[in-house]
Design a protein around this ligand. Structure first.
Ligand code: TRP
Length: 330
């Protein structure tokens, strides 16, 4: 009899142990959060932001494939893709969703009013009706803005092109991010007495023709953070190079792709910042009272082979600044 009790006791202990272990395992499984990342399309800036996000999550302890699941979707610049992919994240009960570029963020915000949405490099969250205000977002949306330092960018253009008479700006009329910047930049030029001529395109099919017209009428070109132009920089640059007109883009990745120079918010770092913010939200921070973060300081970024091609000598101070604190593409 004693033996039997002993055996039963051992069995019970064993069963209890198995039960606890099983529970522990399911708890761990349930704890791995899912983050849906929706990228509008591929171009070097957005790709760099995506990479930065993964890095930022890891810096805060969320390692892909280990303790966070990433569902990455690229909408190939297609509105209906944006919709189905957003719905997919909601269906899989994502713990947070990240929108890279304004249309992605808008699709996510439309798809859910309770899953946290983190903005990955959205120029004007307020203007795009994504938040009530940048300081107090108010709903399930917050994130990082990539608003470019337009004033210092214009100053840099004037420094490199002291004899410039007319500056052109090219942007896609349906791109909220680019048009917001076009309006800001136009106001700035007016204030600084710079003659600005605007050229808008509907999509990449227009780019070649409009760019050709533009470079025959201006001394230099400014490009805002425009997703369409960013995905077709080569077309713009080869057209501009043929007329020896320099292109000054809003960001570093577009300088790498053939722009001459800019003071740029580092795109990769923007991604890192977005990833870190997402981590904080996964740990319980509420988007409603998390202000939009801005990166204010641009890094001097130059493209030396472009300068050579255009026969432009960059001011020594600009080259020095890029070498010491910024980026130099050769
Ligand atoms: N700000 C853009 C948007 O809101 C996205 C973006 C980030 C971008 N970096 C860029 C676009 C660089 C063009 C180039 O849609």
């Amino acid at each position: 009899m004693k033996r039997l009790y002993g055996l039963i006791a051992i069995l019970l202990v064993f069963l209890g142990f198995a039960f606890v272990q099983e529970k522990h395992q399911t708890a761990q499984k349930a704890k791995v959060p899912t983050v849906g990342i929706l990228q509008l399309l591929s171009h070097p800036a957005l790709d760099a932001i995506h990479k930065g996000i993964i890095h930022g999550l890891a810096e805060e302890g969320y390692h892909v494939g280990k303790n966070v699941k990433i569902d990455f979707q690229n909408a190939q610049n297609d509105q209906s893709n944006l919709k189905t992919m957003s719905a997919r994240f909601v269906n899989e009960n994502a713990d947070a969703m990240i929108g890279i570029a304004t249309p992605s963020a808008q699709a996510l915000a439309n798809a859910s009013s309770n899953i946290p949405v983190v903005l990955g490099a959205i120029t004007d969250p307020e203007g795009a009706h994504l938040v009530k205000s940048n300081e107090h977002p108010g709903n399930n949306v917050t994130g990082v803005s990539d608003q470019a330092p337009l004033k210092s960018q214009l100053k840099l253009i004037q420094k490199i092109m002291p004899n410039m008479k007319t500056l052109g700006i090219i942007y896609t009329s349906s791109d909220d991010s680019a048009t917001a910047q076009y309006h800001q930049f136009a106001a700035l030029c007016k204030q600084q007495h710079v003659t600005l001529k605007a050229y808008s395109i509907a999509n990449t099919n227009d780019l070649n023709q409009v760019a050709q017209q533009m470079v025959s009428q201006v001394d230099a070109v400014y490009v805002p953070t425009d997703n369409t132009v960013a995905s077709a920089m080569q077309t713009l640059v080869s057209t501009a190079n043929a007329k020896k007109v320099p292109v000054f883009p809003a960001v570093d990745t577009m300088v790498k792709a053939g722009g001459l120079a800019t003071l740029s918010i580092n795109q990769y770092k923007l991604g890192v910042q977005t990833g870190k913010m997402t981590a904080a939200i996964l740990k319980g921070k509420k988007p409603a009272d998390t202000p939009i973060e801005f990166e204010r300081k641009g890094e001097m970024t130059i493209n030396l082979s472009q300068a050579k091609k255009l026969g432009i000598t960059l001011p020594a101070s600009v080259v020095k600044e890029a070498k010491e604190h910024g980026e130099v593409f050769k």
